[in-house]
Design a protein around this ligand. Structure first.
Ligand code: FAD
Length: 536
């Protein structure tokens, strides 16, 4: 089979145009084209009067070798890569049961791959099973009641469960592990289009049922889940600092020689406990800022012009970045077309924003993080956990600025630029639940971030007309953009100084987003399996 990439056709093309374009590109007669399968479809909307669809297509043709030889100067014609996943190990009969802490995308895929290799993992999560967790999460959004162990960050499915479910990543993936992730998601109920769309997403409701389906698969393979089971510390023994077991929140103890630690970026209490126990941890860069909301129709019009609303294009997204004169970079983060801004704190007395959407992406507003990069050397030097203290400081300031009720502080963009508190809303209605409190967001952001955002917004407004309209709403604060720490691991994927501990996923500083966390889960599961087998 051959793969043809960068095959462009107009947005409004007929079905037969695709095989015709294939034959033209390969210089073959239609009779020699046996079969075609779309491998990927993206759109190019740089010229909104001439939006293009960009295909990668796998084709069976007659005389494949001769066709390939004839196209040797066309780098977009190659043999189709073999993207099948191959297991690296099989569990011996007496294998110890590995333990996975965290049932987010990383822990879920670590657990799934271990189970598929026959290792019967035990998966622990401090939060609840996904349906019960959903009620707790909505409890904060609807009634301003926070459950610190069951919320938008914690519980089955992890942080990405109530999200836009964007499933792309810029990680290097020479083994096509992302394909394994997407294939398992489709088996668990995701739409098959995620295998071909360049920027796939699945939205919140589907994620909930997919997570349940994957749990059933893992359990059927001999894996076991324990919810409402928070790990409070490790039992590290012997001169060589080796994990022997886990101390649990209810006073219980679980023997464990191989522990995948996939606890996400918000497990601050666990980070502190591990640091206390001497597990190697370093501060790492992350970003802080606000959520910005525009009417989705403004973004559709700005990006797609006369083609706004076309179902192939869907709701428009964007990606923006600006290097500021104060040395900071402002960029858009986790953009959610047609979605809502959500309350994402896991700690009482703090306010954190993030975004989510449903598969349809048909809510009124587009939202995105508008964030400023920060780093340990400049902004929180001196202690590996200092980034957490900084997050807490601004999240507490946001809680106070929001009226100490879990309402989020919010401001119109025009007022933010002018440095005055907002008193009324304009054309844009904020979507944040349990509500917003109009104020001056400069009270809950560092000065350098305010300066940088004030420089970047007009620049973004020149790129996307309407982006810096004075009525656009900013809601704060966005602090959980990625982990503020890295639990550094060696080539064997184990902690630098604690054998048997496999830090993984976003919390450990090795992923950012659902897909990359899941891919990291696969890699760590493989490392666990190889480590177990090497010790037999
Ligand atoms: P997590 O998903 O954070 O999972 C960690 C798990 O560990 C949690 O279930 C937690 O309960 C558990 N845990 C923590 N501490 C303990 C402990 N001590 N004992 C037992 N269990 C513990 N990414 C995207 O790619 N696309 C998106 O559209 C997207 N939207 C998002 C929207 C929101 C609202 C949020 C919050 C995040 C979003 N993200 C998105 C980011 C994405 O969710 C994360 O990158 C991803 O979930 C990280 O996966 P993880 O498995 O490493 O950690």
């Amino acid at each position: 089979m051959l793969r043809i990439t960068e095959l462009t056709l107009p947005l409004f093309h007929a079905d037969e145009d695709l095989p015709a374009a294939i034959c033209k590109r390969l210089r073959i007669s239609p009779r020699d084209l046996i079969k075609q399968v779309i491998a990927r479809r993206a759109h190019d909307a740089r010229d909104k009067t001439d939006i293009l669809l960009v295909y990668s297509v796998d084709v069976n043709v007659k005389n494949e070798d001769a066709v390939l030889a004839r196209c040797r100067k066309d780098r977009g014609v190659q043999r189709t890569p073999d993207t099948r996943y191959r297991f690296v190990a099989q569990a011996p009969a007496d294998a110890p049961r590995p333990v996975v802490i965290g049932a987010g995308p990383c822990g879920l895929f670590a657990g799934l791959i271990l189970a598929q290799m026959g290792y019967k993992p035990i998966i622990l999560d401090r939060g609840k099973v996904v349906r019960e967790r959903t009620k707790d999460t909505w409890g904060l959004w609807r009634k301003a009641v926070l459950n610190p162990d069951s919320n938008v960050q914690f519980g089955e499915g992890g942080a990405g469960t109530f999200s836009d479910g964007k499933l792309w990543s810029q990680i290097k993936d020479p083994r096509y592990l992302g394909r394994k992730v997407l294939t398992e998601f489709v088996k668990a109920g995701a739409p098959a289009e995620i295998l071909t769309e360049a920027h796939p997403h699945i939205g919140t409701f589907r994620l909930v049922t997919m997570v349940e389906s994957m749990r059933e698969t893992i359990e059927a393979l001999g894996g076991e889940y324990r919810f409402s089971t928070r790990v409070d510390g490790l039992d590290i023994g012997g001169g060589a600092r080796r994990v022997r077991g886990l101390h649990l929140q209810d006073g219980g103890y679980l023997e464990a020689s191989h522990v995948v630690m996939a606890i996400g970026h918000s497990a601050r209490d666990t980070f502190a406990a591990l640091h206390e126990q001497g597990v190697h941890v370093e501060a790492k860069p992350f970003s802080i800022g606000v959520r910005i909301e525009h009417p989705q129709s403004w973004m559709d019009e700005a990006r797609f012009g006369p083609c706004a609303g076309n179902p192939i294009l869907g709701a428009a997204d964007y990606s923006l970045s600006h290097h500021c004169s104060n040395g900071r970079t402002v960029y858009s983060f986790c953009m959610c077309p047609g979605g809502t801004v959500v309350a994402a704190t896991s700690e009482p007395g703090r306010v954190v924003t993030n975004g989510m959407s449903q598969y349809s992406r048909n809510e009124r507003n587009a939202n995105s993080g508008l964030v400023v990069g920060i780093d340990p050397a400049r902004d929180y030097p001196g202690h590996p956990l200092a980034g957490i203290a900084l997050q807490r400081h601004w999240e507490s300031a946001a809680y106070v600025a929001g009226g100490a009720s879990y309402a989020a502080p919010a401001q119109k963009l025009g007022d933010f630029m002018a440095g005055r508190a907002s008193e009324t809303l304009g054309a844009v209605v904020p979507s944040y639940k349990p509500g917003v409190h109009l104020t001056d967001l400069a009270e809950c952001l560092p000065d350098f971030a305010v300066t940088a955002m004030r420089e970047a917004l007009p620049v973004f407004g020149r790129l996307i007309p309407g982006y810096d309209h004075p009525d656009v709403v900013l809601t704060g604060v966005e602090t959980r953009t990625s982990s503020p720490v890295r639990f550094t691991r060696g080539d064997d994927f184990q902690s630098l100084n604690t054998a048997g501990l496999f830090p993984a996923g976003e919390g450990a500083g090795y992923a950012g987003g659902i897909l990359s966390a899941a891919v990291d889960g696969i890699k760590v599961a493989e490392a666990v399996a190889l480590s177990i087998n090497a010790a037999r």
